[in-house]
Design a protein. Structure first.
Length: 55
């Protein structure tokens, strides 16, 4: 269920994701494919990320 929601938001393997807002509480705001997306902390915990180099 969560996997299909994340995929529908554009969060698929290999896509670049930038952290836009993380206040330590509440939702995380990330930018993916040019769109800002709000993720609940439970959803965000299911995402595996690899830190990339800044271009």
């Amino acid at each position: 269920m969560v996997n299909s929601r994340l995929a529908s938001l554009g969060l698929t393997p290999g896509v670049q994701v930038n952290m836009t807002q993380n206040f330590g509480r509440g939702p995380l705001i990330v930018t993916v494919r040019g769109t800002r997306v709000a993720l609940g902390r439970g959803e965000a915990a299911k995402i595996i990320v690899e830190r990339g180099s800044h271009e």
